[in-house]
Design a protein around this ligand. Structure first.
Ligand SMILES: Cc1ncc(COP(=O)(O)O)c(C=O)c1O
Length: 362
């Protein structure tokens, strides 16, 4: 069997043909009608009023922070277990990310710890829907917390396209602004790319201006506010449109993959899964706690199976070095492991991976 990568993006003839057709028609490549069509598909899929696509899922978070008026000196609560971009996107505009530990069962922010971390400087809170999961405490508890302390609720749903809350709403659509990423390993990819969704039209207008130099109108050079250039391209939109058509299949396949791993590894007590509602949510990666993680990884690599260490606790990263011990994110740092998770994995490949994991623990 060929080496099984932890993750591989998946593009086909559809994406290739869409780009060829676009190039033959002679467009300007910079964002225009294809981008608008891609935005419309995301808005319809998530049932958000507005969608704005940008160059990546870090800048989308920075734009969200700018749009809600987060400033230097303000604090924003972020989980201590997340991709570091959640924190860095706030840092980029001089705000201070305050790290909050996550729930053991879901790896989403722990609401009790979040409440304790609020100070007079806290202006916002970013809920990361880790691997498509929602917090065990419920999304409503985060809405209530934000209302109680007058905080803006943002959702970093970079890993959650295709995942819904129990109330039927798509993740990313209950807070003020939700953010998605289309980087290479995501459920759908445009190479790089990000999207913001919101139900607040005034906010959407502000974001569109922020990403286009603060222009007062399309294509002119009259600026009534400060803005930047975080635009998308039509080539990415051509790919994104084709990827969106494949999304329903991918969502189903990701769920099947997780179910199969759970079934095959149910007797391996050294591997523990998180609580994932597979009716409503679609895992982006297969994530587990593994005993002897580093030895297991080496063994799997030698057996032709790629895995990846999950995000270490951010407060202990050299880039931050914020004192404090956060029990669950520390545990992820020691035991968190991503198993092969590409949607194109065959059942046979998954069986092979699980056979090797069992062989290691024997
Ligand atoms: C939770 C989370 N936030 C933000 C990002 C950043 O997205 P991008 O790589 O598109 O900048 C990622 C990407 O891995 C992510 O997983």
């Amino acid at each position: 069997m060929n080496f099984i990568a932890q993750m591989e993006p998946w593009f086909g003839d559809e994406e290739k043909n869409a780009i060829n057709e676009y190039m033959e028609a002679g467009g300007w490549i910079t964002e225009f009608k294809k981008t608008a069509a891609f935005e419309k598909m995301i808005a319809e899929y998530t049932n958000a009023k507005e969608c704005i696509v940008v160059n990546n899922g870090t800048i989308s978070l920075t734009l969200a922070a700018l749009a809600i008026g987060l400033q230097s000196g303000d604090e924003i609560l972020v989980p201590n277990y997340t991709m570091i971009a959640t924190a860095n996107s706030a840092k980029m505009i001089g705000a201070t990310p305050v790290f909050v530990d996550v729930e053991r069962e879901t790896l989403c922010m722990d609401i009790k710890k979040a409440e304790k971390a609020i100070t007079s400087k806290t202006k916002a809170l970013t809920l990361v829907t880790a691997n498509g999961r929602y917090p065990k405490s419920g999304i409503e508890s985060f809405i209530e917390l934000a209302n109680k302390y007058n905080l803006v609720l943002l959702e970093d749903s970079a890993q959650s396209l295709g995942s819904f809350y129990p109330n039927g709403k798509h993740q990313g659509t209950v807070g003020k602004i939700g953010s998605f990423s289309f980087s290479a390993p995501k459920v759908i990819s445009t190479g790089q790319g990000g999207a913001l969704v919101t139900n607040d039209e005034a906010m959407a207008f502000k974001i569109r201006k922020l990403k286009d130099f603060g222009r007062s109108g399309g294509g002119n050079d009259i600026h009534d506010s400060i803005g930047y250039n975080f635009k998308f391209t039509e080539l990415q939109a051509c790919i994104g449109i084709e990827q969106m058509k494949k999304l329903p299949w991918r969502v189903d396949r990701k769920k099947e993959i997780m179910r199969l791993y759970k079934e095959l590894l149910k007797d391996v007590k050294q591997i523990t899964f998180f609580e994932q509602d597979l009716e409503r949510t679609s895992p982006w990666f297969v994530d587990v706690f593994a005993d002897d993680r580093d030895d297991l990884m080496r063994f799997l690599k030698d057996s032709g199976v790629g895995t990846r260490v999950m995000y270490p606790p951010i407060n202990h990263q050299l880039a931050y070095q914020v004192p404090g011990e956060h029990e669950v994110s520390n545990l992820v740092g020691k035991k968190g492991l991503w198993l092969p998770s590409s949607s194109q994995l065959s059942n046979e490949q998954i069986q092979f991976v699980c056979k090797k994991i069992k062989a290691f623990f024997k």
